[in-house]
Design a protein around this ligand. Structure first.
Ligand code: HEC
Length: 229
């Protein structure tokens, strides 16, 4: 059974799709409205602008993200393990207290940085730390290689009163991370224990595995051979 005829809809492909479209650019043939709209200067500029925006979003935003996650997957050494609960707590406190205002958390691959702090930062080290606390100032030293640098007792004493361990320090004290018991004894809170655990997480995987990228090992070897002479 065939449907009743619909004269408005062309059914065969060889029928002209747009009966009002010009067959050729002869005189007396007006271009259709959509074509005139497309050819307008403002439309061209708008579409060109939007096109460039989408293209740059894809090439500068989406593509590098994919490449970065591939790189992180490829470079992560087997000694790396994600932050545990306590270290996560510490990371939250680190962000909340604004430690990044004075401390960077990123070793650059320059000789001075590598000599002072160790292997340069690599992408895989930051996979659990979001937003990354790279920081922009170094009022205090970089902390991305802090693990194993000090004892926990030193860290607690320093957090409670920095000038008790470093007399000339300008770092502010963080007494609210400690509880004073009735007998006057100071006990680090869960937040302080987390913070020290987080400081001991920083750079641990790098210390155990060494740089995983060529840039990283080149920077370290460059500094070491420099120092050998
Ligand atoms: C006003 C700036 C400032 C802020 C904010 C600050 N620090 Fe510091 N920090 C310093 C300075 C300066 C030093 C170097 C002197 C010293 O050791 O106290 C330092 C040293 C340190 C050290 C010792 C590094 C080492 O091994 O020599 C650690 C660890 C540290 N800070 C952690 C923190 C943490 C965690 C926070 C946030 C809770 C923080 N700092 C906030 C300025 C700051």
């Amino acid at each position: 059974m065939s449907d009743p005829e619909e004269p408005d809809k062309p059914e065969t492909p060889d029928e002209p799709q747009h009966s009002d479209a010009p067959q050729e650019d002869g005189p007396g043939h007006e271009a259709p409205r959509w074509m005139r709209f497309l050819e307008r200067g403002t439309t061209v500029m708008l579409l060109g602008g939007l096109g460039s925006l989408v293209l740059s979003f894809l090439t500068l935003g989406v593509l590098p993200l994919g490449e970065l996650s591939d790189e992180v997957k490829k470079d992560t050494p087997s000694s790396y393990r994600p932050m545990n609960q306590l270290e996560q707590t510490g990371f939250t406190v680190y962000k909340r207290e604004g430690c990044a205002y004075c401390h960077s958390n990123f070793v650059r691959s320059t000789t001075s940085d590598v000599r002072r702090f160790g292997a340069p930062a690599e992408a895989w080290e930051y996979q659990d730390q979001y937003p990354q606390q790279w920081g922009t100032r170094r009022v205090g030293p970089d902390l991305s290689r802090e693990s194993g640098m000090r004892t926990d007792a030193w860290q607690y004493a320093h957090l409670y009163d920095p000038r008790s361990t470093v007399p000339q320090s300008v770092m502010p004290p963080y007494p609210w991370l400690f509880q004073k018991k009735a007998d006057g004894e100071l006990v680090p809170t869960q937040e302080a224990r987390g913070l020290v655990a987080y400081l001991n997480f920083l750079g641990r995987a790098m210390r155990e595995s060494g740089p995983q990228t060529k840039t990283g090992s080149d920077a370290v070897n460059g500094v070491m051979s420099h120092e050998g002479h």
